[in-house]
Design a protein around this ligand. Structure first.
Ligand code: GLN
Length: 188
């Protein structure tokens, strides 16, 4: 299995490290030909507006939309969740959202950078809480009936799955806990 980590901007290096820790090969993806080589993709945290523009600049917008439409397993964390949502309530004009997960999100909904926080996240079926790190995280304001909500924080979904897309509003790569990466690596 070859996991790609979109490496245009943001926290891609720590995702690669997490996959290496669990024995899964991870490649950086910056071009359409690199995207074509991978079986699944991580869209990391960072800045969704910048990543959206860089997808255009690197000729990746249409190839990524095609792979998502084809059911490629994808993990979107924080800015990655924003890019995979169906609607960005307060996005900038022209900001891409690929609609892999039927949810409406609000960027920076938990507050500014200085209001970033850590909180234990109780994931359905997991034995202990996952250490969630929320950095200018998006709030999921609504989720459609096809979205499986695996964890919530204060009533808002923070870890969800729809089909082969998994999204978290927190940064799982910022802890030493690899359960999100292990779980994603098993998604069909
Ligand atoms: N607020 C950022 C955005 O809008 C996301 C922050 C993050 O990924 N840590 O893209």
């Amino acid at each position: 299995m070859k996991v790609g980590v979109l490496a245009l901007q943001g926290a891609f290096g720590l995702h690669e490290r997490a996959f290496r820790r669990i024995g899964v090969a991870a490649l950086q993806v910056r071009t359409a030909s690199e995207l074509a080589e991978v079986d699944r993709l991580v869209i990391p945290g960072g800045e969704s507006t910048a990543m959206s523009k860089l997808l255009d600049a690197n000729g990746l917008t249409a190839p990524l939309a095609d792979r998502l439409a084809g059911g490629m397993p994808v993990l979107g964390t924080c800015a990655g969740l924003i890019l995979l949502a169906a609607e960005v309530v307060d996005g900038y004009p022209g900001q891409h959202c690929f609609g892999a997960v039927d949810m409406a999100v609000r960027r920076n909904g938990y507050g500014r950078q200085s209001e970033s926080f850590s909180a234990p996240v109780d994931v359905r079926g997991w034995e202990s809480a996952f250490p969630g790190v929320f950095i200018r995280a998006p709030v999921v304001e609504s989720a459609g009936a096809d979205v499986e909500v695996l964890a919530e924080l204060a009533g808002a979904p923070v870890l969800c799955r729809q089909g082969s897309a998994v999204v978290s509003s927190f940064h799982p790569e910022l802890s030493e806990d690899d359960r999100v990466h292990r779980w994603f690596a098993t998604q069909q």
